[in-house]
Write a protein that binds this ligand. Structure first.
Ligand code: ADP
Ligand code: MG
Length: 257
């Protein structure tokens, strides 16, 4: 996506240089992880951890594969990989803001995803933010349609002290069947902003040409899921409209926050 500051403002994207992301990635990949405690109310085993690297300590979220609650529709042990795939896609597109997320095989409870912790305003969520953060929600809504997010709760939208909006919890994404379930149905049948479409077009080209993002996704997702991702991408680029809820599918998560 164009990195013009206009777009960044419109969709409230973190003004974060690639070099900063790379540094955070390195920190999360190489740092020493220590469990600090479990995050209350999480549906899977979700830990708050500290990650120390080069004498610098940060907080992170750690979701081990062994703590994933089995689901009827997603293959066991794949949620942590889906979180990393969602991050990779967001980093390619330039939207939405997803905290840097990596896969670690050597974490305290084994393989899992490790994601930078975002200090956020605890009382805010999608419902309190939607009116004044419309652009950020437009970006998240396109992304959710693309990745087929089946659990966009209000609380999976955070805002930090700088009023940057962050999207979290992408474990149940990329299923090959339509499963979009979200609280963000504000834009049904509205045109997807052209800046966001431009990023989708760039993604389609990159996947077609076999750029690194394709290999990255292939390591994390099943082949049929990548085919379905391509199909959703083409459909979005064909209509250039926000989708309506799928038929016969509970399209609003419970609880909504
Ligand atoms: N990267 C993050 N930064 C800050 N808080 C987070 C982050 N990821 C998760 N949390 C907090 O932990 C809670 C549970 O995380 P979530 O990703 O929803 O886990 P689960 O997969 O168990 O639903 C979130 O509602 C949020 O309060
Ligand atoms: Mg959650």
């Amino acid at each position: 996506m164009s990195s013009e500051s206009g777009d960044k403002k419109l969709f409230n994207l973190a003004a974060r240089a690639d070099a900063d992301r790379a540094r955070m990635r390195e920190h999360l990949m190489r740092g020493a992880i220590e469990l600090q405690g479990m995050v209350p109310w999480s549906s899977n085993y979700t830990y708050l951890v500290s990650v120390k690297y080069a004498d610098h300590e940060i907080s992170a979220i750690y979701k081990p594969q062994c703590g994933e609650r089995p689901l009827w529709d997603f293959e066991d042990g794949t949620l942590c990989k889906r979180e990393v795939a969602a991050y990779a896609l967001s980093a390619f597109l330039g939207f939405p803001n997803i905290p840097v997320t990596v896969l670690r095989a050597d974490a305290p409870q084994g393989l899992g995803m490790v994601q930078e912790f975002i200090e956020h305003k605890r009382r805010e969520n999608f419902f309190t933010l939607r009116a004044r953060q419309r652009g950020a929600m437009q970006a998240i809504a396109v992304f959710d349609a693309l990745v087929n997010n089946t659990d966009r709760k209000g609380g999976h939208v955070l805002v930090d002290a700088q009023d940057i909006v962050w999207a979290i919890d992408h474990g149940v994404t990329f299923h090959q069947e339509p499963k979009l379930r979200t609280v963000i149905w504000d834009f049904i049948d509205e045109p997807i902003p052209s800046e966001l479409c431009a990023a989708l077009t760039a993604l389609r080209d990159a996947l077609k040409r076999g750029e690194p993002i394709r290999a990255e996704l292939e390591q994390l997702l099943a082949r049929a899921e990548i085919r379905a991702l391509n199909a959703r991408l083409n459909a979005l680029l064909q209509t250039r409209l926000y989708p309506a809820p799928p038929d016969g599918w509970p399209h609003i998560p419970w609880p909504p926050v």
